[in-house]
Each structure stands twice: as structure tokens, then as C-alpha cells.
Design a protein around this ligand. Sequence first.
Ligand SMILES: *[C@@H]1O[C@H](CO)[C@@H](O)[C@H](O)[C@H]1NC(C)=O
Ligand SMILES: *[C@@H]1O[C@H](CO)[C@@H](O)[C@H](O)[C@H]1NC(C)=O
Ligand SMILES: *[C@@H]1O[C@H](CO)[C@@H](O)[C@H](O)[C@H]1NC(C)=O
Ligand SMILES: *[C@@H]1O[C@H](CO)[C@@H](O)[C@H](O)[C@H]1NC(C)=O
Ligand SMILES: *[C@@H]1O[C@H](CO)[C@@H](O)[C@H](O)[C@H]1NC(C)=O
Ligand SMILES: *[C@@H]1O[C@H](CO)[C@@H](O)[C@H](O)[C@H]1NC(C)=O
Ligand SMILES: *[C@@H]1O[C@H](CO)[C@@H](O)[C@H](O)[C@H]1NC(C)=O
Ligand SMILES: *[C@@H]1O[C@H](CO)[C@@H](O)[C@H](O)[C@H]1NC(C)=O
Ligand SMILES: *[C@@H]1O[C@H](CO)[C@@H](O)[C@H](O)[C@H]1NC(C)=O
Ligand SMILES: *[C@@H]1O[C@H](CO)[C@@H](O)[C@H](O)[C@H]1NC(C)=O
Ligand SMILES: *[C@@H]1O[C@H](CO)[C@@H](O)[C@H](O)[C@H]1NC(C)=O
Ligand SMILES: CC(=O)N[C@H]1CO[C@H](CO)[C@@H](O)[C@@H]1O
Length: 570
Amino acid sequence: MNLLPWVSLFFTILWASTVVAIPSQTTDKRASSPFVSTSGPGFVVNGSSLKYIGTNAYWLPTLNTNADIWNTLSNLSALGIKVVRLWAFNDVSTIPVNGTWFQLIQNGTVTVNNGPNGLQKLDTVIQMAEQHGLYVILSLTNNWYPLPLLNSTVPPVNSTAFDVTPGTNNTLPRNYLSNNYGGMDLYVRQFGLQTHDQFYTNPSVLTSFMNYTTQVVSRYVNSPSVFSYELANDPRCNSTLAASPTCTTETITTWHATVASHIRSIDPNHLISSGVGGYLCTNCPKLYPLAPAPAPPATSPAPGKKKRSQAKPVTKEQILRERSERRRRNREAAKRAGTLVEDGVRVRGRWVSTATKRQQTPTLGSVYDGSYGVDSQDISNIPDIGFSSFQLFPDQQSYGPVDPNVAPWQSIEQNGAQWITTQAQSASAVGKPSILTGFGLVTQSNAPSFVPFNSTVAPFAADNPNASTTYGVTSQQQADTYTSWLNTGIAAGLNGIIQYQWGQSNLTAEPGTTISPPTTTGESPTPSSPGQAPTPQQTTGQSPNDGYSTTGSTTVQQILGNAAQSIAAN
Ligand SMILES: *[C@@H]1O[C@H](CO)[C@@H](O)[C@H](O)[C@H]1NC(C)=O
Ligand SMILES: *[C@@H]1O[C@H](CO)[C@@H](O)[C@H](O)[C@H]1NC(C)=O
Ligand SMILES: *[C@@H]1O[C@H](CO)[C@@H](O)[C@H](O)[C@H]1NC(C)=O
Ligand SMILES: *[C@@H]1O[C@H](CO)[C@@H](O)[C@H](O)[C@H]1NC(C)=O
Ligand SMILES: *[C@@H]1O[C@H](CO)[C@@H](O)[C@H](O)[C@H]1NC(C)=O
Ligand SMILES: *[C@@H]1O[C@H](CO)[C@@H](O)[C@H](O)[C@H]1NC(C)=O
Ligand SMILES: *[C@@H]1O[C@H](CO)[C@@H](O)[C@H](O)[C@H]1NC(C)=O
Ligand SMILES: *[C@@H]1O[C@H](CO)[C@@H](O)[C@H](O)[C@H]1NC(C)=O
Ligand SMILES: *[C@@H]1O[C@H](CO)[C@@H](O)[C@H](O)[C@H]1NC(C)=O
Ligand SMILES: *[C@@H]1O[C@H](CO)[C@@H](O)[C@H](O)[C@H]1NC(C)=O
Ligand SMILES: *[C@@H]1O[C@H](CO)[C@@H](O)[C@H](O)[C@H]1NC(C)=O
Ligand SMILES: CC(=O)N[C@H]1CO[C@H](CO)[C@@H](O)[C@@H]1O
């Protein structure tokens, strides 16, 4: 049983490389399908394996013209990018005057918008993706909806009002930030509930979410360009609304199993994935335990047949060992360079050892101990979940301790690389493919636009009184780190790596939409005089920038383009 996918992959490769059709008897039926499926740790489409570089563009369905959607897809496709991850939800509690929305969630009642500014926009994106030979990952809801952050008893005055304090860039239109598309906390609030995790457990909310899911999924059952339905972006026990004390990893794993099984019942064709940040919990109880390692075969395998090496589960000891190995290497390099700082402080030019540092008990940190209520490996092992997934955002999350013997950005790069290889190992223990669904680093030039996913405040915006010194890495450090992570991911056998996020210029701007006309003095369109015909909207806008956009960085685009060639050849 266990060997079957490997046998079929073997024939698939043989078939692809000889162009001679082999009777499909031994081949997995799904392998020749135009829908993406999995075969052991790989993806298969039309009998060929698929590995890819992707990008995120949550705002695609909110663009104002079809030409804008088309141009964006053309631009990223021209780089060799194959997959676009985007929001297939856009929940509001009041119908906006202009712009796109998919679902009205109001006082416990839910209405889906099937109109031209509703799910038809998503239809257009998916149809155009298909015409470009691109795949889409459709995320169905969001953990993050920090609105209204300032006064939770007062709903937003209107759908364009966002936040009102300095530093919030309160002119940002709805849907500009990735966390302003509704999501879990909007359901919780509008159903009169209190805690974030009631989203996962309240029967009325669950019914509504499944209803929305049904309506989205049934539209695309036959579209080969859907790569997967992603249940939620970054699901956790808490968000702006706090978690209840009863929320555990089992709460969130159970929710995944329930929704995945529901989707499977209406769509037999597409993969289903999680969207989790990738948090692991080496010691949590499992609802979907890893199968015990099979006993080694009594006879050696036939010549030429590779035996699958037994994947090892991730352990606390292993993570700590890898960390201390890395520190040792960094320390030795620093010694050679004469820049050693670890375990010491400089006192009048001389290093003095600080014993206390060495006595600290090493801990794994929150990404490995289940404190977010997420056990990604247990979720990946749910039968209806097609592949393992994770994210990498060091500006919002620590992936390990800082090593004083390297520059801070190098610590971030190294911890990120370890996160990638650990995730590849975790997926391999489950026997499924692994996708990095979002990674990004904020640069100094993007810092003023950076808004963390759990917040509406741009902490480094010029109008924030708190904005202090420089924040973020240099463009060169970003380029080096992205290159390192992409190479690490490709070498570790990740099946897909999706950068966050795409930047597109020359988009049609319209008032009250995500792409609004520039408001800065000098750039605003000239108002027409009375009696004259209204001035047509001629201004163009940029796609949203939440601190990670590639707008203006051809370097990042080149890095992605190179990685696309490299991963396809791997
Ligand atoms: C898969 O095969 C179908 C039918 O021949 C074709 O239309 C489609 O473009 C192919 N897809 C890919 C990704 O090659
Ligand atoms: C990229 O998008 C622009 C519009 O922003 C468009 O004019 C151009 O043709 C596109 N390039 C490609 C290669 O599709
Ligand atoms: C919300 O719904 C409840 C019960 O369904 C109803 O009593 C209440 O009047 C509604 N509130 C508003 C503001 O519509
Ligand atoms: C499901 O959605 C449809 C369309 O918006 C709506 O008419 C129906 O009332 C919903 N059902 C439930 C149980 O929410
Ligand atoms: C929130 O708004 C309500 C109603 O205007 C007001 O009574 C309350 O004081 C406000 N709370 C805060 C923290 O501003
Ligand atoms: C929305 O609210 C903001 C802030 O209260 C106000 O300035 C703006 O005029 C309102 N817009 C609409 C369309 O009502
Ligand atoms: C500024 O910093 C203070 C103290 O940390 C915090 O309470 C406040 O919310 C911050 N304001 C903004 C706009 O970020
Ligand atoms: C959410 O959970 C994390 C991890 O336990 C914790 O650090 C954070 O304070 C919590 N946030 C809220 C808003 O409850
Ligand atoms: C958002 O998350 C970061 C990182 O976990 C944390 O430092 C910050 O306090 C959080 N902010 C809010 C508003 O929850
Ligand atoms: C901008 O977009 C328009 C409309 O899609 C297109 O005609 C024009 O060539 C584009 N310009 C540039 C510089 O890409
Ligand atoms: C909606 O769009 C129309 C037409 O572009 C514009 O005149 C109006 O100001 C917009 N309304 C809002 C609230 O942005
Ligand atoms: C995301 C965004 O629009 N950021 C802007 C916030 O406001 C400052 C100054 O007003 C701008 O410099 C940022 O670009």
C-alpha cells in the first residue's frame, strides 16, 4: 500500500521522459488528470510533476478593470511564476458604496453577493488565470480583522472609515490591507459572540462559514486552475479578540477536519490545504498521529528501486541541537574574524565572560510549543488535507534566538532557513508535499508602509508619533535573504515557495475602491468646473503595499524569476 504512490511516480517519470504512452493500468488514475493532485510527497498534473514559485496578491479581485487583472497576471506569469495565492473572501457588515465585496455578515444574518462587484470578480480572476496557465490558491477566511481596534463597542462609521489615530494612515481604503477583508472576528462580532475561537466552535457560525464555502467551491469544481482551497489564512486561537481558555490545538485541528470533509463532499477534484503559519508542537496530543514506521522488509528491494528513507519526526532535541551547532559555527567564524561577542561583554576593550548567559535553560519558543493553539503537523496529517503548508514572516514572529556573532539580519536569515528545513522534514514525516505559502522581509524603503497583520497601525509611518529611527533591512540584505531562503527551500525539497507579496503599477484608480486616486496634493485630479463635463478618471494607482510589496524592486522580481527556473529543473 505504502509503495503504490512511488510506483506510480516511477512510471510517471518514465512516461514523461520517453513520450511513449504506457498502459495506465499501473498508473494512478488521478496522475493523468488536468487537476493538480498529489502522489506521495509530490504534485502531479497531466502526468507530470509540478514544483513552482508563486506570489501573493490578495487584492486581485478588487481591481477595477479586467485589463488590470489581465496585466497583473501577464506580468507575473512572464517571470515564470505559476501560482497566485489570494483572498476568496471579502466580508462586510455594511454594504460599501463602491468597490468589491463578497459577503454581508450583519447581526447573525449572512448574504452572499453574486453580482458583478461580488463573486463574479473572483470568477474573472480564475478565468484569466486559466487563460494564463496559472493556478490560484483560494483562501476562504482570515484570522486577522483588527477593526475596530480603538473602540470595539462602536462599529465603523462607514465602510471606508478605517481608523482615526495618527500612524494608522487612515486614508487607506477598505481592502488595502490584507487584514481588512472581514474574516473570523467579523463573524464572531456579528453573531453576538465574544471570543475569537468561537469562530471554530459556534454551530451558527460554522453553518454560515460552510454555506459560504459551498457557494465558492461549487463555482470552481470544474476549473483546473484552482490549485487548492485554503481553509483560512493563519488560523489560531486568538486574534484581536482574545481566545477562550478552552481553545487548544485540538480545537483548531478538529475545525480543519470538519471543513475539509465538507469541501471534499462537494468538490472531488481539488486539493484542500490549511493556511497555517506552520507552528509545531512537539509535545501536543495528536488527533491524527503519524503512522508507526513500517518494519524493514525482510528481503532487500529489487535492484534499481530506491527504498524510501524513513522520515523522522521533528523533536525538541533536534531543533536545539541544530541551533547550538549553528551558534558554534558562527562563533568559530567570528573567532577567526576577531569579532567574537558571544558569552561576553566588552570591558575597556577586553572580553569578559558572563556566566549567567550560559545557565539559561534553552526553550524552543512559541513557534514550536503549541501556544498559538496550532499543531501544523497534526493538521497536515488530516486525510482530506492535501499538503503541508507554512509561512515565514520574521518581522511579526520570532523563529529562534538572535546570535550576537552575526549581524541581526543574518540571524533572521539563518533562523528562517532552519524553519524551512524543519517544515520540509515535518511534511516528509507526514508523507505529503510542502508549500511555503508566504514569506517576506520588510525593507527600510517599505517600512513606512508596514502594517503588521494583527494591527491597523503603521508603526513606522511618517505620521506616527512613535516612528523613530530606521526599521527594516536594506534592499541588498533582503535580496540575500530571499535568495538564501529560496535556495534552502528548493534544496530541502519544498514543492512550492510563494513570496509575499506582488506589486503592480499602472492600475485604474476609482474613488472608494482599493485602488483609489492619489490624494497627495499635486497628484489629485483637477476638479471639473461647474457646467463642464466631469473629468474622466485618468489617474492610475499602485497595488496595496503593507510593507512587503515588490513595487519598485526589479531585484526581487529577478530573484523570483531565477528561482522559478531553478525549482522547475529540480
Ligand atoms: C492538461 O491537459 C489538458 C488537456 O489536454 C490541457 O488542456 C491542459 O492545458 C493541460 N494542463 C497542463 C498544466 O499542462
Ligand atoms: C505588465 O503590466 C503593464 C501594466 O501595468 C502592461 O502595460 C504590460 O504590458 C505588462 N507586461 C507584460 C509582460 O505582460
Ligand atoms: C439583531 O437580531 C436580533 C435577533 O435576531 C434582533 O432582535 C435585533 O433587533 C437585531 N438588531 C439589529 C440592529 O438589527
Ligand atoms: C446560505 O447562503 C444563501 C445565499 O446567501 C442564503 O440565502 C441562505 O440563507 C444561507 N443559509 C444559511 C443557513 O446561512
Ligand atoms: C466607545 O464608544 C462608546 C460610544 O460612543 C463610548 O461610550 C465609550 O466611552 C468609547 N470607549 C472608548 C474606550 O473610547
Ligand atoms: C466615512 O466616514 C468618514 C469618517 O467619519 C467621513 O470622513 C467620510 O465622509 C465618510 N464617508 C461616507 C461615504 O460616508
Ligand atoms: C505609540 O506608542 C504607545 C506606547 O507604546 C502606544 O500606546 C500607542 O498605541 C502607539 N501609537 C501608535 C499610533 O502607534
Ligand atoms: C495571543 O496568543 C499569544 C500566544 O499565546 C500571546 O502572546 C498574545 O498575547 C495573545 N494575544 C491576545 C490578543 O490575546
Ligand atoms: C501583534 O503581534 C506582535 C508579534 O507577535 C506583537 O508584538 C504585538 O503586540 C501584536 N499587536 C497586537 C495589536 O496584538
Ligand atoms: C497602463 O495601462 C494601460 C491600460 O491597461 C495601457 O494601455 C498602458 O499601455 C499601460 N502603460 C504602461 C506604461 O504600462
Ligand atoms: C463612488 O464612485 C463614484 C464614481 O466614481 C464617485 O463619484 C463617488 O465619490 C464614490 N463614492 C465613494 C464613497 O467613494
Ligand atoms: C501604507 C501607507 O500609506 N503609508 C503611508 C502612511 O503615511 C505616511 C506619511 O503620511 C507615508 O509616508 C506612508 O507611505
